[in-house]
Design a protein around this ligand. Structure first.
Ligand SMILES: [Zn+2]
Length: 139
């Protein structure tokens, strides 16, 4: 679907997971991770939280819902970190590299600062390589 390589919004992932445990991980296409968090939430819900509190959440005490809230917060944090890592990896892959020494390059340079290889017409070839990327960096 081509969604895999699009940047993700960390706060959206975290918010989705706060609403429904594992939803942020689904948004990030980390299916097993989503299942794991849902499983953990169910486990904590059945083992730690007393049944009357589950049947009628309005009657539950703070102490009874704290474990589930903890799982929700942790999974939300997990989704946030995953999204950040995903974006960081995307950014790392989109970095220009010297064809000679493969080190990172600044886009506007006409030569490699590491090995002094000339990068003839780098701006032109760059545009041809990724036509969907405009000059201001917006998709
Ligand atoms: Zn180089």
């Amino acid at each position: 679907m081509g969604q895999q390589s699009s940047p993700k919004r960390p706060w959206l992932a975290a918010g989705l997971t706060l609403l429904v445990t594992g939803l942020g991980q689904v948004y990030l296409r980390r299916w097993l991770r989503a299942l794991g968090w849902v499983g953990l939430a169910i486990l904590v819900g059945t083992v730690v939280v007393p049944e009357p509190a589950l049947a009628d959440p309005s009657s539950a005490t703070v102490r009874e819902v704290v474990p589930l809230a903890g799982v929700a917060l942790l999974s939300s944090l997990d989704a946030y970190v995953l999204a950040r890592q995903h974006n960081y990896r995307l950014e790392a892959e989109s970095v220009d590299r010297c064809p000679d020494c493969y080190r990172e390059l600044e886009r506007e340079l006409s030569f490699c600062p590491w090995c002094a290889t000339e990068l003839s017409g780098s701006a032109e070839t760059d545009r041809q390589r990724s036509p969907e990327r405009s000059d201001d960096g917006r998709p």
